[in-house]
Write a protein that binds this ligand. Structure first.
Ligand SMILES: [Fe+2]
Ligand SMILES: [Fe+2]
Length: 364
């Protein structure tokens, strides 16, 4: 690289700076001449694809709406943006969108849909084209709801409904909810656990490898960590579509259910917030399933509880961990390693392997 002249090939390389260390990557073609087709092709390959920006919201179903809403606002500490049509639109205090949790009254529990915001209108076109060209079930366009504009809906092979959207409704705080500093989305109010933002969702699937193919094809997701069982099957996969360590996890379904939710998670600024939350849950009679403790996979500090209708909800703190390497190699955990328990030795509680929502006998 000693006779390398940056100016001569500046448009044909990608230069990535890592705190003083420069790494040069020579792509196979000139980026300046990239077509949408090229971008779409890269999204189908192992190269990072940033068409999808972030996990936007999760719709959680409840058959005990009033109790669930009381939990999510007074105890878990989300803020209520609106309530209409049998749904409550909720967000954490620094979520920039109108809602990140849509709590919907239903005959049972579980997940209604999972919404991802895309990076641009063009990125949405590329993703829609890729999904339509696939064999996955497509539901097509919806006009959106109180929290966002038109959304393109599709379905994974296990019955979970996904949507992609660009147009969103940003949260506009009322005067009493306006923050002192203008670079946060709303005022911090220490009501309940009061997490800062939506972090991730964990789904259950009969075949994690099939689910992984879906995430790579439809969202351009990368797998940051996974579990490989002794029988050769994938026990779990952790996916990212940006530089977070994960925004969706999928673990193997052991309860013979379909389209089930394992948990939804919000992030706190500090581990200490999670210890405080444990006492708040205890005082309010909330079922603490496991934690606080630290996951071996992803190193996330965690606490799992069940909201009144039975949906599992997590609080998590991933520290400063980010996935910056564009050529990140998936970390694979063996079954033997997993049997050692969580990071500091806590054994994974049995219900963590079996409890999902809705309960199996209520699945339509
Ligand atoms: Fe939505
Ligand atoms: Fe989690």
């Amino acid at each position: 690289m000693s006779d390398f002249k940056l100016g001569e090939v500046a448009d044909a390389i990608t230069v990535v700076a890592h705190l003083g260390r420069l790494t040069f990557y020579a792509p196979s073609h000139n980026l300046a001449n990239s077509t949408e087709h090229d971008v779409q092709l890269r999204c189908q390959m192992s190269e990072p694809c940033f068409d999808v920006a972030h996990l936007g919201h999760v719709e959680v179903l409840t058959d005990r709406f009033d109790e669930s809403l009381d939990f999510f606002t007074r105890v878990y500490g989300l803020k209520l943006s609106a309530q209409e049509g049998g749904s409550a639109y909720l967000r954490a205090w620094d979520d920039y969108e109108f809602h990140t949790l849509k709590l919907t009254a239903a005959a049972t529990t579980g997940v209604g849909h999972i919404g991802y915001r895309v990076s641009s209108p063009k990125a949405l076109e590329r993703r829609v084209a890729a999904i339509e060209a696939s064999d996955y079930v497509v539901h097509g366009w919806t006009k959106g709801d109180a929290g966002h504009g038109p959304a393109f809906r599709f379905e994974d092979p296990f019955g979970h409904h996904f949507e992609l959207y660009w147009e969103t409704k940003r949260y506009d705080p009322r005067p009493e909810d306006r923050p002192a500093l203008k670079n946060v989305a709303s005022r911090f109010v220490p009501q309940g656990a009061a997490p800062r933002r939506l972090d991730h969702v964990n789904l259950l699937a009969d075949d994690v490898t099939t689910f992984r193919n879906f995430m790579q094809t439809c969202l351009g997701a990368r797998v940051t960590e996974q579990i490989r069982l002794d029988n050769g099957r994938l026990g779990g996969c952790w996916f990212t579509i940006n530089n977070k360590s994960y925004d969706l996890a999928c673990t193997e379904e052991h309860g013979r259910g379909r389209g089930r939710l394992h948990h939804v998670t919000y992030a706190t600024d500090q581990r200490e917030d999670i210890l405080r939350a444990a006492d708040i849950f205890l005082e309010n009679g909330v079922h603490i399933e496991t934690g606080p403790h630290k996951h071996a996979i992803q190193g996330t500090f965690f606490l799992y509880v069940w909201e009144p209708a039975g949906n599992r909800v997590e609080l998590a703190n991933a520290g400063a961990r980010l996935i910056l390497a564009p050529d990140w190699e998936t970390v694979t955990w063996t079954e033997t390693e997993r049997k050692k328990g969580q990071a500091w030795g806590l054994n994974t509680i049995e219900t963590f392997h079996t409890h999902g929502t809705p309960p199996v006998n209520e699945i339509p």
